[in-house]
Design a protein around this ligand. Sequence first.
Ligand SMILES: Cc1ncc(C[n+]2csc(CCOP(=O)(O)OP(=O)(O)O)c2C)c(N)n1
Length: 596
Amino acid sequence: MSATDTYLGLRAFADELARCGLREACTSPGSRSTPLVLSLVREPRIRATSHIDERCGGFFALGLAKASGRPVALACTSGTAAANYAPAVIEAHEARVPLLVLTADRPPELRDLGAGQAIDQVKLYGRAAKWYLEVDEHPATPERLHWLRQLACRAYWTALDGRPGPVHLNFALREPLVLDAPLPAEEPGGGGRARGRPWLDRPPVHGEPDPSTVDALAAELAAVPRAVLVAGRAERAAYPRAVLVAGRAERDPRLGAALAGFAARASIPLLADPLSGARRGPAAIAHYDALLRDGGFARAHAPDLVVRVGDLPTSKPLRQWLHGLDSALQLTFDPEGAWQDPGAVVATMIGADPAATLAAVAGRLEGERDRGWLDAWRRADRAAAGAIAATLDRPGLSEPRVAAELGARLPAGSTLVVASSMPVRDVETFFPTRDDGGPRVLANRGANGIDGTVSTAFGAAAATEGPVVLLTGDVALAHDVGGLLAASRLGLKLTIVLVDNDGGGIFDFLPVSREGADFERHVATPHGLDFAHAAALYGCGYERAEDVAGLRAALERALAAERTAIVAVRTDRGANVAAHRHVWEAVAAGLGQNAA
Ligand SMILES: Cc1ncc(C[n+]2csc(CCOP(=O)(O)OP(=O)(O)O)c2C)c(N)n1
């Protein structure tokens, strides 16, 4: 096989990816991958970023794909390089993020024979890859090039189609791996289709919502005694106490506003995780996590209809409440086939697009809906907000206060990436409702890993116009500290708000925290790292914030700075547990006063 054959094929492949809409590729270094990497890098419509560590590269691609909504390509060499993509590929599978994972491999005649850097890469990511194909080499005949063009399109559309996710193509590449003469401009077979069309187009399905689904949902929302008249089959059912639960829905940035509009129109309490983008508008309930910790409130506010959109929120009280609603009818929109129902409580999974369907349902709602049910939730939410604000209103910085500050201060148009562990929980619990919707919030909640957090945030920064802020714990930062290299190597700007409690603070909430020294060493894992040194190593700014005023000022400086900066807040794990309990007690007390 000549290098010309290899490069002609891969140039056609890259051209076809670009025709489909691919704009980003994340490469990692190596020899076997040379033709693959250079072909992507030399395609002018694709921006290629370089990543030394494949694990970082994988998560960077994940962040890019989440923030842009488009598939992103990854390309690396053979061996453990490819294995280092596994965590990001698994997260992409679980969170339904489209990735094209292109791995270079030894050809079959060099496998399992002691050749260098050769491992078994066949179906390396198991079921985490939604499609796998072994791509061997052939002379660059017109038939072969048409097949490679079709293959690129199929990989791209497969990553996006139905339940989005990663596609893995494993390319067997033979030496020579570099060209010894310029590549001919002409392509055997004439190149791609006319007018820049992809070889194979597969437009996404945006079908009209099914009328029978709209009828059924409209009927289920009809509360006849409460003066909502629903055209159609209003006799079917009446659910005066409905709630709409909105969870992580990163792929459609307009969905949050659509849900908020629908909930307001239908006077339905909207329990909106900030990851849904729907914590806005008059029906949004921000503090459901704190409210539902109060058993009396949870029982008194049991709905008889639950409509869910997006992933299940993280909140344990919300999950337990939904699980225990024995007599409620629970429906969930599941257009991507995520099948999220760990409690086996969902009676109907609606495959239709939620925004379009709810817009059609809203059109059937006639007359004024009784607002008593929504008002009861809103009064409770205001009481909770007041109790939380009073509890957090002190100059010192607690972890809840840091989350609340970001929720109140980050501008609309900014993006907040939140790490797993307490950051994602604190954002869910303490973010306020905002008329402007607040920042876009992204998080790796597919597999809930703390790995790749920094790289994911840099990937989001590479795809985003507005400022990008990462809220992370110290263990998550230590885990992906190498991700900071993107600041200088790629010239990317990120503001990192580090909550440093010297270990995994989440575990102090669990019974295992009573296990003394073994707990400290093997579960909490304090490390004593001073991240100022990491900032210096990777060319980032670093500032400690000691109190609320200091955090506000440091955040402003970091957002205005040219380069990536870390704003570090030092907290104490024990005090953090106490601060959270204090908040929950204050909310319960506030509810009591509210009821009295
Ligand atoms: C890759 C991975 N390893 C281990 C875990 C288990 N885990 C969950 S939270 C956590 C500690 C996180 O600590 P930190 O980032 O400091 O946040 P904090 O708990 O203090 O909020 C660990 C190790 C995980 N989720 N993902």
